[in-house]
Design a protein around this ligand. Structure first.
Ligand code: HEC
Ligand code: HEC
Ligand code: HEC
Ligand code: HEC
Ligand code: HEC
Ligand code: HEC
Ligand code: HEC
Ligand code: HEC
Ligand code: HEC
Ligand code: HEC
Length: 318
């Protein structure tokens, strides 16, 4: 593996004259961590850099006009204020050897040609505060790196520096999911009402499928569908225990209300049935007089209207 000289916390002392303290204060507000102090970042060549190895953005601009030109509108231009003129070299490493070599490619860190791992480490040097789960996410494990989704110099928009806006960005790779969002009933992701990143954090989470949770650690669904969050006096335990997706398909469905099955009664009877008692031993079969063969042809939810939980009635009536 290439040693790109990112500094372990224990080595930071060497760089104290580069304003470690100022760095902490400025970055903390943005949720950033300033572990790889710039002064100690290596050149592309690998040795640890000394302060004199940095040439400053103006020097880079003399040869890289295109990259330097629109950088003022880049959120990373803030780095210049934080680090006395260092913007380019915050990511590319100290540039003196590269400049002295007349643009020697081997002496500068180039995210476009570096491995996914090296790029992620470089970006996470500042961004691991907010994206601490990235390394263990399915994206990182599959080699999908920061620059698969973000572009620093050629972003479609300066907000989030995304290469392409959502959902097109995600569909570039997740093409198999695209038909789900065109089903008769679907979350309006293509229409721009809901974003993939409302439910998923592409930088990884503690949940399976990189699902987000609400601030209260509930399923993300209740962030928007707050009235389903409860707590209710009479809970339908399945809502809390198995979760919303035990009855609903999140992306899209042939069935109204995004239900997993076309017929509500079939859905309920998956659990509330003597024939299925072994699968859901705790769910009672409907046995009372209201459940003659005839009445089960009426939708269960005609009578059990408060299916997500009720404050009034044990059997989820109104
Ligand atoms: C004297 C002119 C000059 C200066 C000053 C200069 N570069 Fe370069 N740089 C070049 C040339 C020429 C290339 C292209 C080399 C090639 O394609 O063979 C290059 C390539 C690069 C690359 C791409 C490397 C690759 O592998 O494709 C990066 C990144 C880069 N420079 C960053 C910087 C940064 C950051 C600075 C300021 C610290 C800087 N350069 C200053 C001339 C310069
Ligand atoms: C936040 C990190 C970051 C900063 C700051 C930054 N760059 Fe880059 N640079 C990148 C990434 C990532 C790439 C790969 C291409 C991309 O994502 O746009 C890149 C690519 C380049 C390239 C090669 C372009 C190519 O076609 O491969 C050059 C040259 C370059 N940067 C110069 C600069 C200069 C000059 C500055 C300062 C004005 C600068 N960079 C600031 C991250 C950064
Ligand atoms: C030296 C520290 C540093 C490095 C390295 C760095 N960033 Fe940043 N990044 C920042 C700062 C500071 C901001 C501006 C934060 C703000 O405005 O709140 C920022 C902003 C961003 C934003 C925009 C956030 C928004 O709200 O629009 C994205 C996206 C981003 N960085 C991605 C990257 C990627 C990808 C890399 C690696 C190629 C990278 N950064 C490397 C410090 C860094
Ligand atoms: C699979 C695509 C993808 C990958 C990989 C990815 N991002 Fe992002 N990133 C996004 C999207 C989409 C957003 C916008 C999120 C939103 O709408 O809330 C974003 C937002 C951000 C932001 C600004 C908002 C915030 O929460 O801080 C930063 C900074 C950022 N990403 C940095 C990174 C870094 C650093 C990496 C690599 C370690 C990375 N991203 C990898 C897709 C990605
Ligand atoms: C560059 C290709 C690429 C892009 C762009 C991309 N992904 Fe992925 N994504 C993958 C790969 C590869 C995996 C891991 C293999 C898999 O599970 O399919 C993955 C996995 C996932 C998973 C976890 C699947 C699981 O079974 O655990 C989710 C969720 C996901 N991506 C959502 C998104 C979202 C949301 C976006 C857009 C913000 C996005 N992806 C953009 C390639 C990509
Ligand atoms: C309303 C919330 C929501 C939205 C919006 C959403 N997802 Fe999902 N997604 C989920 C849930 C919940 C699961 C888990 C399903 C399960 O485990 O049964 C999931 C699963 C996935 C998976 C894993 C594979 C699979 O089919 O189970 C991928 C990949 C994925 N989503 C990508 C995306 C992409 C890309 C977008 C945007 C185009 C998106 N999601 C929009 C909630 C959402
Ligand atoms: C970002 C906000 C948001 C999140 C998060 C969200 N939804 Fe939705 N949901 C909506 C909106 C908006 C609609 C209505 C869209 C429309 O009019 O078609 C909707 C519609 C629905 C419907 C259909 C309602 C009907 O009357 O047909 C169901 C069921 C549903 N969502 C379940 C879920 C589940 C399950 C989750 C979690 C996996 C979830 N939602 C997460 C915003 C959200
Ligand atoms: C036991 C199965 C089941 C579970 C679990 C479940 N739902 Fe439902 N949900 C239904 C049924 C059945 C309907 C349709 C009710 C009707 O047609 O009267 C429905 C309807 C909805 C609707 C649209 C109509 C309305 O009442 O607003 C939304 C939104 C919704 N559910 C969200 C959720 C959320 C969010 C969760 C998780 C907190 C969840 N559901 C868990 C069975 C369930
Ligand atoms: C994934 C399994 C599951 C599904 C699907 C399900 N339930 Fe339940 N339900 C349970 C469990 C477990 C309980 C609590 C144990 C019990 O039956 O008392 C419960 C409790 C109830 C109760 C309260 C009665 C009582 O004795 O506590 C009613 C009424 C009920 N469910 C109706 C329905 C209806 C109507 C549907 C379809 C919209 C449905 N359930 C779908 C698992 C399920
Ligand atoms: C015509 C109205 C009505 C319909 C339709 C209906 N129920 Fe009920 N349900 C009741 C009443 C009333 C009770 C109270 C107990 C009783 O039957 O005496 C009840 C009780 C229950 C109970 C609690 C256990 C019990 O038997 O006491 C469950 C579970 C249940 N219903 C599930 C279902 C399911 C599943 C369906 C659809 C297949 C359904 N119900 C359709 C009216 C109805």
């Amino acid at each position: 593996m290439r040693r790109d000289g990112l500094v372990r916390p224990g080595r930071i002392g060497a760089a104290s004259d580069w304003g470690l303290r100022a760095c902490w204060i400025l970055l903390a507000g943005a949720g950033l961590l300033c572990v790889p102090l710039l002064a100690a970042q290596a050149t592309g060549g690998g040795q640890t850099a000394a302060p004199g190895d940095f040439v400053g953005a103006e020097t880079c601009a003399t040869c890289h006009e295109a990259e330097a030109k629109n950088f003022a509108s880049n959120p990373h231009s803030k780095l210049a204020k934080m680090h006395s003129g260092l913007t380019c070299e915050a990511c590319h490493g100290a540039g003196k050897a590269h400049v002295d070599g007349g643009g020697d490619k081997s002496k500068i860190f180039s995210p476009a040609s570096a491995t996914a791992k090296d790029v992620d480490a470089r970006c996470l040097g500042c961004h691991s505060g907010k994206h601490a789960n990235f390394d263990r996410s399915p994206h990182a494990k599959a080699g999908v790196s920061c620059v698969s989704c973000h572009s620093v110099h050629a972003a479609a928009s300066s907000e989030y520096l995304l290469k392409t806006a959502q959902p097109a960005l995600c569909f570039q790779c997740h093409t198999d999911l695209q038909p789900q969002f065109s089903m008769p009933f679907h979350h309006k992701v293509n229409e721009g009402l809901v974003k993939c990143s409302d439910c998923h954090d592409p930088h990884g989470t503690m949940q399976g499928k990189m699902l987000r949770t609400t601030a209260s650690q509930n399923a993300i669904c209740t962030k928007c569908h707050t009235e389903k969050a409860g707590p209710f006096v009479y809970e339908h335990p399945v809502v809390k225990v198995e979760g919303c997706t035990s009855c609903h398909t999140p992306h899209g469905s042939q069935n109204a209300r995004l239900l997993n099955v076309s017929n509500v009664n079939t859905l309920c009877l998956q659990c509330h049935s003597t024939t299925n008692a072994s699968a859901f031993p705790h769910a009672t079969s409907p046995t009372g007089p209201a459940h003659s063969q005839v009445s089960t042809e009426v939708a269960c939810t005609n009578c059990h209207t408060q299916i997500h939980g009720s404050n009034a009635e044990y059997n989820f009536f109104k």
